[in-house]
Write a protein that binds this ligand. Structure first.
Ligand code: EPZ
Length: 431
């Protein structure tokens, strides 16, 4: 397995481009199942999760063509299966996003139940109950969701928890339902809005995306479209935090500053100078040590849970102490024990961690446990004394495009090495 070796003591300086948003790309590719025409998706990031989604669609008989500059064409006219198998779903929970489109277009779906993951149990009960409210018959047995329906019918459905993919699944299913669907307590994330805009380009009738109430008027069919995915706000925020932690200056271009206002507010709160243009955002720390910040994650437009780990690292080297509360997932502090191995002073009490900043961390071998935790460990390695090796970086490859190359553009030394030499008792004994 690969690992990243990061040389510490770095001060980032330079410019990087934001890739297309992973969490918009995955539902938009799945939306290709809703029409027999071709859906052309542009600005697709080259990520493991995108490859998995393409594989998932292709094994259903869907034509998936990956062209230059990661333009992906999805053609479902020759689909031959409505099954999302365990061996693919277990590697990517977002595979659940084919459920709604398959039911709406084909009247059937068999999707492996996505298990939990490092950050939580992550049930899909809200997805299933919403589809049942639209007339689907669903049974869960043998680790599979088996769903059937005639034409889905419009329904009013209030989600008791704000769920991003739940909102996306039900919105896609409702586009072809008979009648009007009203989703209440809907997720407001920019990626939900991006999916809605793509569906509207395909002929769907959707109002209210980005607000807690989304209204979808079902239509007979959707047609093909060309759609360009919005910039990745979490990748943007990750590089800005790296600039703050290393006391440097980073400009992220081809992004959208309006997508991360909750994050830039906290970055200004830690003493960073943040400037913005229409499609760029720059953080300049001017060599100063950041001040600790307090934060509490919540659904958009609140502070994003996907930026929590990165800010835990920021607080670990900041001046003062900061409290970080995670309200979205029940186990999203797996990075804490790894940061403690690097000398961080962090105490957890329930869903809150109190982080007392230290002038320096010490480089160490650490292990990634989930996508955003991996990023927080890489950032810690940039500022630590000595070298840090982050193992199990397949987590990172799922959601960050060319991370080591982008950090190299900013002056960091981040190398990808192989870590497949199993340590045996004999080899561990120094001769
Ligand atoms: C999406 O996950 C994102 N993934 C996550 O990004 C992100 O962290 C999360 O939204 C929250 O913003 C994609 O969009 C592919 P949820 P999702 O359903 O939709 C509970 C990353 O790092 N819930 O919004 O799976 C659930 O347990 C990833 O890029 C139910 O109880 O998250 C959680 O506590 C990680 N029942 C809360 O809702 C359900 O049926 C929010 O989860 C569904 C969710």
């Amino acid at each position: 397995m690969d690992l990243l070796r990061i040389d510490g003591g770095c001060r980032l300086d330079g410019q990087v481009r934001a890739s297309g948003a992973k969490n918009a790309t995955l539902p938009i590719l799945s939306a290709g199942l809703l029409t027999d025409d071709t859906l052309v998706v542009r600005n697709v990031p080259h990520l493991e999760d995108v490859t998995t989604t393409n594989l998932l669609l292709a094994q259903m008989g869907v034509g998936v063509t990956v062209g230059d500059h990661m333009v992906v064409e999805v053609d479902s006219s020759s689909i031959s299966s409505c099954v999302a198998p365990y061996d693919l779903v277990k590697t990517m929970r977002a595979s659940i996003l084919v459920l709604g489109p398959l039911l709406a277009r084909r009247g059937e779906a068999e999707v492996s139940l996505p298990g939990g993951c490092a950050i939580g149990a992550r049930p899909v009960d809200i997805h299933l109950r919403g589809l049942e409210a639209m007339g689907a018959e669903i049974e869960v047995e043998g680790g599979y969701i088996r769903a059937r329906s005639g034409r889905l019918r419009g329904a009013r459905y209030a989600m008791d928890t704000v769920t991003v993919t739940g909102t996306e699944n039900l919105m896609m299913a409702a586009t072809l339902a008979d009648g009007v669907t009203v989703l209440e307590n809907a997720a407001r994330e920019p990626e939900v809005v991006d999916l809605a805009n793509c569906l509207i380009a395909m002929g769907a009738k959707i109002e209210g995306a980005g607000t807690p109430i989304i209204r979808i008027q079902g239509v007979e069919r959707l047609h093909g479209a060309e759609y360009s995915v919005l910039p990745d706000r979490i990748e943007t925020g990750t590089f800005l935090v790296a600039a703050a932690v290393t006391r440097g200056r980073v400009r992220v271009v081809e992004t959208d500053p309006t997508l991360i206002e909750a994050v830039t507010e906290k970055l200004r709160g830690c003493g960073a100078e943040v400037t913005e243009g229409d499609d760029w955002i720059e953080l300049n720390m001017r060599g100063k040590r950041p001040r600790s910040v307090d934060l509490r994650t919540s659904p958009y437009p609140g502070f994003p849970t996907d930026m929590q780990a990165q800010f835990t690292t920021l607080n670990a080297v900041a001046e003062g102490a900061g409290a970080i509360t995670e309200t979205v997932f029940e186990n999203r502090f797996m990075h804490v024990s790894e940061l403690q191995r690097m000398g961080a002073d962090i105490r957890q009490a329930g869903n809150t961690v109190i982080v007392r900043g230290k002038e320096k961390l010490t480089g160490a071998p650490v292990m990634a446990t989930d996508l955003r935790a991996s990023a927080s460990l890489v950032i810690a390695g940039l500022v630590a004394d000595g070298a840090t090796e982050v193992r199990r970086i397949y987590h990172l490859d799922r959601g960050y495009e060319c991370m080591e190359e982008k950090f190299a553009q900013l002056g960091a030394t981040v190398r990808r090495l192989r870590d497949d030499a199993p340590v045996t008792a004999r080899s561990a004994v120094k001769t």
